[in-house]
Design a protein around this ligand. Structure first.
Ligand SMILES: Cc1ncc(COP(=O)(O)O)c(C=O)c1O
Length: 463
């Protein structure tokens, strides 16, 4: 029996929890992560038997190939074509379009594999997990298709659309907990009380092996790959993909990408072990996992070539580029690989062959609109300026005519009189859209030639 079979063969999460040393007596003790807890606090904390800091599970290539065989009938074999963006960034870029899975993300692969590997007894009882969205959707959808009951605990800040989707897939959806940490505690407690199997969305060994099947497909689809760029949240995706790629193509570099707002893997590398890293609000909400998984970390570290932290503005710009150039609607996490290239973090791969994992497309419509605006600003196509013009008849109209003549489109305009010293003047704040940065510079020059008092805000990020 290999390591994975042993994990699958555990009769129930509850049985393992009963033996767990973290539940032994004592007034205070150290739990995984190094925190000291009182006995009362420990009673509220139920650990995940598949994710043990003291005994991390490293998945093997064989685990990934077994997963590929077991899930192939329930998962889309997604395309990986050469990107229209290749010329723009001077690299041969290939996009692995995982957002084309039925529920909009790669998470289905691991979820389906974890479900099909359940022992018969656990299949009947069902599974439970905590998730902000993509893992929950994958688990609920495949649980429904396979006839396995699924309960998901989703924190109250999860998007309404994602909550509704899980309900549409006939799952038992519990909206509780202010964040992922709380939702996970609730789900683990329920698993302990009810005998449901807890499936961690990034650290369960079957989840990692399932995600690794993407790597097998990539090697089939693209030859002589120099690098594969993988977005990193809890680390399950990169663990699986790196295991597959490094076995089939050892010279290919594995690059991880995180948002600056949730650099949990980078902090874990510095700390040489997963460590709690407070997350801030990010466009890449799929990557907002405050502590990477123990199994994912142990599996990934020996296979990782580089870890990148990317700024949010580049993620917004990458979302915009993918819409405009590729006609792909992609969420922040899915765009972060391209963001790393646009930001210049991967210039060593100029003229080389690079695969980007476009791993999810579940973006809220309102967030999507905001991302596009931020992307336009980062690209220098959305401009903001203040100009003082005459308050006499035709003063503001002269400004508008100048912008119209230049082909600039006004998005927002506001007048300010009360705080201006010169009683005959008005300060006008304008937000406007141009064709590109050269067009913006044309507009800036024309305004400076016409008016004495013009102030432009911020230089665009991508310039
Ligand atoms: C779209 C998307 N990309 C990447 C990730 C990161 O995957 P992992 O948590 O396995 O690192 C997630 C995680 O939810 C995701 O939803």
């Amino acid at each position: 029996m290999n390591r994975m079979d042993q994990v699958a063969g555990q009769s129930s999460a509850t049985a393992i929890l009963d033996d767990n040393p973290n539940f032994s007596t004592g007034d205070k003790k150290v739990v995984p992560g190094g925190e000291i807890k009182t006995t009362d606090e420990q009673q509220d904390d139920f650990t995940d038997p598949f994710c043990n800091a003291d005994n991390p599970q490293i998945i093997t290539f064989q685990d990934v190939t077994s997963a590929a065989f077991r899930i192939k009938n329930g998962i889309e074999y997604t395309p990986c074509p050469k990107s229209h963006l290749s010329e723009m960034v001077d690299m041969d870029i290939y996009l692995k379009k995982e957002f084309l899975q039925f529920t909009g993300s790669f998470k289905e692969r691991g979820a389906r594999y974890a479900l099909v590997m359940l022992p018969t007894e656990q299949r009947k009882k069902g599974v439970i997990s905590a998730s902000l969205g993509n893992h929950a959707q994958g688990l609920c959808y495949h649980g429904w298709k396979l006839g396995i009951p699924v309960t998901v605990v989703m924190p109250s800040k999860a998007s309404l659309m994602k909550i509704q989707k899980c309900r549409d897939y006939h799952a038992n959806v519990i909206v509780q907990g202010s964040d992922m940490g709380e939702a996970k505690k609730i789900a683990l407690k329920m698993a302990h009380e009810t005998g449901l199997t807890y499936i961690n969305g990034y650290d369960h060994p079957h989840i990692m092996a399932g995600q690794g099947t993407i790597g097998l497909e990539i090697v089939e689809q693209v030859s002589n790959i120099d690098a594969v760029v993988v977005p990193v949240g809890g680390g399950g995706l990169i663990a699986g993909v790196a295991t597959a790629i490094k076995n089939l193509s050892p010279q290919t570099k594995i690059i991880g990408v995180e948002s600056e707002k949730c650099p949990s893997f980078t902090k874990a590398l510095e700390n040489e072990a997963p460590v709690y890293t407070p997350n801030k609000e990010t466009l890449a909400d799929g990557l907002a996992v405050p502590q990477v998984g123990y199994n994912a970390f142990a599996t990934t570290v020996p296979l990782l070539d580089k870890m990148i932290v990317v700024k949010e503005e580049w993620i917004a710009l990458a979302i915009l580029r993918l819409v405009e150039q590729e006609k792909c609607v992609v969420e922040g996490a899915g765009a972060s690989g391209l963001a790393a290239i646009l930001a210049g973090h991967l210039d060593e791969f100029k003229a080389k062959r690079v695969v980007l994992l476009i791993c999810g497309g579940n973006i809220d419509t309102t967030i999507f609109g905001r991302c596009l605006e931020r992307g336009l600003a980062a690209d220098g196509r959305l401009q903001r300026f203040t100009v003082t013009v005459s308050d006499g008849p035709g003063g503001v109209s002269k400004l508008c005519n100048l912008l119209a003549k230049l082909g600039v489109s006004i998005k927002d305009i506001m007048h300010e009189r009360a705080f201006i010293r010169d009683i005959h003047s008005v300060e006008v704040k304008v937000v406007c859209e141009t064709r590109d940065w050269i067009h913006s510079q044309e507009m800036r020059n024309a305004l400076q030639e016409t008016y004495d008092n013009v102030c432009f805000y911020d230089l665009p990020m991508a310039i």
